[in-house]
Design a protein around this ligand. Structure first.
Ligand code: DWN
Length: 393
């Protein structure tokens, strides 16, 4: 057996299942186990959750909700135009159009299976297919729109179960000298920071470059450059081309693969050690919350992220520990966190003078949040984060 389990994160709910009732009767849970494939070095969930349960017309996450993401998408679009000057762009997982809206003057097409989000971009003249990305859809888009100079996909390929199909479908739609840019959380950063909350139902895979490179070997595609990003707590932006295209392969590729090899990411023991760090992190997190609550601290959460669902459910952090969350996403407000049933309020109803501690569900936006919450910090308010280790900041 080439896939070996190294981590069990317990019973977990669907992270997009923001609840209308605090105590629903039939909430769906599954076992969140993580496995390492010795043949390909790919890390994935042991059991995939059916896509329709996760990605549908109730999808809450709106990428445009953070200034950081809006600005980084704008900058990326400018850089792409300077470097590759594409005449056409296809985005797989176009969410609310945060990326595509920066390309008003070229052919642009979105693919977004969550109909509520596809409706937003269709509404602003960005033609968007509300389907899952697969070979059938790629052929259909190719027939209608032709091939594309740029295929972009951020935080989506890692959500697709059949990677071979997803990559073949990209190969089909990409021009011979086109560029496929893929962005997903970096497994190296997850290991370094014990940020185990990157594992949840939607993240079928958390990629190392090593693993991705091995998967691409079965295709006509190859990596020619990589940029390390700070977004989502550390991601890789991977530039991929057709093998027959003569774009130069940057030294960054072998540099990052070597860095991963030096971290032992091709060895099962590395993942066993990571699993032990996760257990230690859980124990320490529970200790922090218990001590604070025993001293009557008032604790709320900031950013009801999909990620935080893993921590809350794994550590058993429910309304006994956290009074409520605040989140800027309208679709989440007035609802309750999946599995742990903590109320979610709008930020305006959030940090009042009684709050002493704020748990960073959106720890990946720490800088933006600290900037916004200067008043709270000035009056001695503290944040709790589990990354890179459980601590009060
Ligand atoms: O891959 C995925 C990523 C990109 O987005 C998806 N599978 C689902 C989702 O995951 P997430 O919820 O962990 O993503 P974010 O981008 O970390 O979510 C941030 C959340 O925090 C948003 O709901 C907005 C909220 N927020 C807030 O309430 N106040 C964010 C900021 C910066 C704030 O100041």
């Amino acid at each position: 057996m080439s896939k070996i389990k190294f981590l069990s994160l317990g019973k977990q709910p669907i992270t997009n299942n923001f609840l209308i009732e605090q105590n629903p009767i039939n909430e769906f849970f599954y076992d969140l186990n993580i496995v390492y494939d010795e043949n390909t070095n790919v890390v994935s969930l042991e059991n995939f959750v059916p896509p329709e349960r996760m990605f549908n017309e109730t999808y809450a996450h709106r990428a445009s909700m953070s200034i950081t993401m809006r600005e980084s998408n704008k900058l990326l679009s400018e850089n792409i135009t300077k470097r590759f000057n594409p005449k056409s762009v296809l985005e797989i997982g176009s969410n609310d159009g945060i990326f595509l809206k920066n390309f008003p003057n070229i052919k642009r097409v979105g693919v977004e299976p969550c109909k509520n989000l596809a409706d937003i971009t269709n509404g602003v003249n960005i033609e968007t297919y509300d389907n899952f990305w697969d070979l059938g859809l790629s052929k259909k888009i190719n027939k209608i729109h032709g091939k594309f100079d740029l295929v972009y996909s951020a935080n989506t390929i890692s959500h697709i179960h059949d990677l071979n199909d997803a990559l073949q479908s990209v190969n089909l739609i990409l021009n011979d000298d086109g560029v496929f840019i893929l962005e997903d959380p970096s497994l190296l950063e997850v290991i370094k920071n014990t940020s185990y909350d990157q594992f949840y139902d939607e993240h079928a895979y958390v990629f190392s470059v090593l693993g991705l490179n091995n998967l691409l070997e079965k295709t006509e595609l190859e990596i020619f450059d990589i940029e390390k990003l700070t977004t989502h707590g550390g991601s890789n932006r991977v530039f991929i081309k057709k093998v027959r295209s003569n774009k130069k392969i940057s030294d960054n590729v072998s540099k990052i693969i070597n860095e991963e090899l030096n971290m032992g990411m091709n060895k099962f023991e590395t993942y066993q050690k990571f699993a032990q760090n996760v257990i230690n992190s859980k124990n320490e997190t529970i200790k922090i919350f218990t001590e604070l609550r025993n001293n009557n601290a008032k604790i709320i959460g900031y950013g009801a992220t999909y990620k935080s669902s893993t921590i809350l459910n794994y550590c058993g952090l429910d309304t006994k520990f956290i009074d409520y969350f605040t989140d800027t996403t309208e679709n989440k407000q007035g609802k309750f966190t999946p599995g742990t049933h903590i109320p979610i309020l709008k930020p305006a109803d959030g940090i009042d003078s009684k709050i002493n501690y704020v748990f960073l569900g959106a720890w990946n936006f720490k800088k933006e949040i600290f900037n916004k919450e200067k008043k709270f910090i000035e009056r001695g308010g503290k944040f709790i984060s589990h990354v890179p280790f459980p601590q009060i900041i």
